[in-house]
Ligand binder design. Structure first.
Ligand code: 5RP
Length: 218
């Protein structure tokens, strides 16, 4: 089974968490795209979806799924999204696709966060995948200097602007031993919009696609 087939398998498994008659949150990335394609088959069962990025909104609309502004949706029953890394404690690194800020907002507004990934994303310690940080453009150098003091090597994501008009610094060489503490510490730097650690609000359920089927970690 290829990595993409595992992503497809796990995306389909997440349909089980979709409540009939509600509005759900939908993430960004190739695994989330498989989820959107599967969701299209049961679209009559939901009232619509809140998108975590412009690209996800476009894909939802292309399937005829109503895209709803979070401000009109209230709290959501479930948010389904992928991850770049996850631990067994369901702490995540996200933002490989650059949508981390809206993803974090939609996750925060959701009762249950179902993370879907292939099993290559499960790690013991977060940080091998460079940690994305969304930064207000004028703060780029200042934020980079503060990150170096914390032991990271920030690299500007070239030719990339987020949906919110900001830049991304991808931080290499961080060994994230205390994800909750580091998430708060990074968010405290002036000019940081948010960082790609999802530890203060981790996932509630991790569905992992593997060649032996879908594994559930809670
Ligand atoms: C986008 C994300 C994605 O969930 C993450 O990058 C995983 O992507 P993929 O499903 O393509 O492996 O956080 O900002």
């Amino acid at each position: 089974m290829t990595q993409d087939e595992m992503k497809k398998q796990v995306a389909r498994a997440a349909l089980e968490y979709v409540d009939v008659g509600g509005i759900i949150g939908v993430g960004t990335g190739s695994t989330a795209n498989h989820f959107i394609d599967a969701l299209a088959e049961i679209k009559h069962k939901i009232d619509g979806a809140v998108a975590s990025s412009e690209v996800t909104a476009m894909r939802l609309k292309s399937h005829g799924i109503d895209v709803i502004d979070l401000n009109s949706a209230g709290d959501l029953s479930v948010y389904v999204d992928g991850a770049d890394e996850s631990t067994r404690f369901l702490h995540l690194v996200k933002g490989g696709g650059g949508a981390l800020t809206r993803e974090k907002i939609v996750a925060a507004a959701s009762k249950t966060f179902v993370c879907i990934a292939d099993d290559s994303k499960l790690v013991d310690i977060l940080g091998e995948f460079p940690l994305p940080i969304e930064v207000i453009p004028m703060a780029r150098s200042y934020v980079a200097r503060q990150i170096v003091k914390l032991g990271g090597d920030p690299v500007l994501r070239e030719e990339f602007t987020t949906d919110n008009g900001n830049i991304i610094l991808d931080v290499h060489n961080l060994q994230i031993m205390e994800p909750v503490k580091m998430e708060a510490q990074l968010n405290n730097i002036a000019g940081v919009v948010t960082n790609g650690l999802f530890a203060i609000r981790p996932a509630d359920v991790l569905l992992l696609g593997s060649k032996d089927g879908v594994k559930t970690i809670t």
